[in-house]
Design a protein around this ligand. Structure first.
Ligand SMILES: [Zn+2]
Length: 120
């Protein structure tokens, strides 16, 4: 499990097919466990371009984790993609929130409450 302040390594996910790195791992990813969709985050600039990929949630498992560039399965469909450590960061609560938000576990409107919206 991850908790605020815990050091975590962010890995670049390397495609066996094209050698590109379109995804990175999310804070809290454990390379010893088979990866699921929620362990991945599409990197910029592709995320900004709106590239489609497997859903970044728990429904995406081994055989669904494919490179959005060439379609090769990450880690030959084993659930253990080729990864390269990039940086170590401390997990902050906001990152846990974002991870949950992207996987659809939390639904929340962005931004501050507007005038007149507080306490109904
Ligand atoms: Zn590829």
């Amino acid at each position: 499990m991850s908790f605020p302040g815990m050091p975590t390594i962010i890995y670049d996910v390397i495609c066996d097919g094209c050698g590109q790195s379109f995804h990175e791992t999310r804070p809290g990813y454990d390379p010893k466990q088979p990866a699921k969709g929620y362990n991945f985050r599409m990197k910029q600039p592709w995320r900004g371009y709106g590239w489609s990929s497997f859903p970044e949630n728990e429904d995406s498992v081994y055989g669904a984790l494919e490179c959005p560039g060439c379609g090769t399965l990450y880690g030959n469909g084993s659930g253990f993609p080729k990864i390269k450590a990039r940086e170590t960061v401390a997990i902050v609560p906001n990152e846990i929130f974002q991870a949950a938000h992207v996987t659809g576990e939390i639904k929340r409107k962005g931004g501050r409450p507007r005038k007149g919206e507080v306490n109904g």
